[in-house]
Design a protein around this ligand. Structure first.
Ligand SMILES: Nc1ncnc2c1ncn2[C@@H]1O[C@H](COP(=O)(O)OP(=O)(O)OP(=O)(O)O)[C@@H](O)[C@H]1O
Ligand SMILES: [Mg+2]
Length: 323
């Protein structure tokens, strides 16, 4: 095995009474996308900032390509890049001006800087918008120019901290394509996300973190099989039919049914190996037979909430636990 891109052992960061990162053990292999999945406040950004040498750990150890993040911070910095931090894009300047300027700051001569900027704008689908001020960009375009700026010099390790939060599905797909391109060029990517689907699509391995610790780690397949491979989401026409619908689903799928906050919605994990769609179809059939009108029915991946329920017996967000 080659040297891991990141290794942490018992990493700790405390803010006042909050143990934001509380004994984090991670081993991130080089050359792939590693997903760090966790809800709001799990400690993702704090961990990334320590690994990128922007924040000093209060305990434990972390190395990046074998270099200690505290004692050898310069060596770490020369090999990593973090979107939106090192590469700060100026909103008043155009996309092209930003990339050319940053490339020159990184030491490229003018023609090389222009060439690299044009290459990235093209690769990221921003050629048409290249001459526009960044402040006129959509959220998705903004995220793409941020990533472009952070890979002007191909880093060995790129931190992407929730690169798609708040983006629409199309922009999210564009960012995913870009991440794949970056990895194909040999960069290791540490991606934090609140979406299991995103980690599943992009990452070769995933760590689920909660309260600053790893609570599960493995390939997406391993993680999903520990959680249930799929999940049926049902929306009823009429909230009064929900108790009966819940009973039928629990019986057909032989699994607990989760009543959502939305009074017409219910969710159930499908645990049957390989025949999720057959099970889901059977469940839908039972509802129809009982005369329950279903407005929406889908079989999808478990949500982060469901992953958390399965792994921890508590929902992802403290607010929900209190509700
Ligand atoms: N500078 C700070 N001062 C005080 N508390 C902080 C600071 N930064 C983070 N925290 C706290 O540490 C905990 C972890 O925060 P962090 O930002 O690392 O979580 P996160 O997983 O990135 O969450 P999100 O998904 O919302 O970005 C939270 O309880 C947060 O309020
Ligand atoms: Mg964060």
């Amino acid at each position: 095995m080659s040297e891991p891109a990141i290794h942490t052992s018992g990493l700790v960061k405390v803010f006042g009474d909050t143990r934001a990162v509380d004994g984090l053990d991670l081993s991130v292999p080089a050359g792939a996308v590693y997903g760090v999945l966790g809800p709001n406040g799990a400690g993702k950004t704090t961990a990334v900032r320590m690994l990128a040498t922007l924040l000093r750990p209060d305990g434990g150890e972390a190395t990046v390509f074998g270099h200690d993040v505290v004692r050898e911070a310069d060596a770490v910095r020369s090999r990593v890049s973090l979107t939106g931090q090192y590469a700060s894009v100026d909103e008043e300047m155009t996309g092209s001006e930003n990339l050319v300027l940053l490339a020159r700051l990184l030491g490229h001569r003018k023609p090389a800087a222009r060439e690299r900027a044009a290459e990235l704008l093209e690769a990221f689908g921003l050629t048409e918008a290249a001459g526009r001020q960044v402040k006129t960009y959509s959220g998705g375009m903004r995220r793409r120019i941020d990533i472009a700026a952070s890979i002007l010099n191909t880093p060995d390790l790129l931190f992407l901290d929730e690169p798609t939060t708040g983006l629409d599905p199309r922009s999210r797909n564009q960012v995913w394509d870009i991440v794949r391109v970056v990895v194909a060029h040999g960069t290791t990517v540490l991606l934090t996300t609140q979406y299991l689907e995103e980690a599943d699509r992009l990452a070769q391995r995933i760590a689920v973190i909660d309260h600053g610790r790893v609570i599960a780690e493995g390939t997406p397949g391993e993680l999903k099989s520990s959680v249930g491979s799929g999940s049926v989401h049902v929306r009823l026409r009429d909230a009064s039919a929900r108790p009966e619908a819940a009973r039928l689903l629990a019986e057909t799928l032989d699994t607990p049914v989760h009543l959502e906050a939305d009074p017409v919605a219910l969710t159930a994990r499908v645990t049957g190996a390989g025949d999720e769609s057959a099970q889901a179809a059977r469940a839908l059939g039972r509802l129809a037979e009982a005369g329950i009108v279903v407005d929406d029915f889908s079989l999808g991946q478990p949500s982060l909430d469901e992953v958390f329920l399965a792994l921890t017996d508590h929902p992802a967000t403290p607010e929900e636990a209190a509700a």
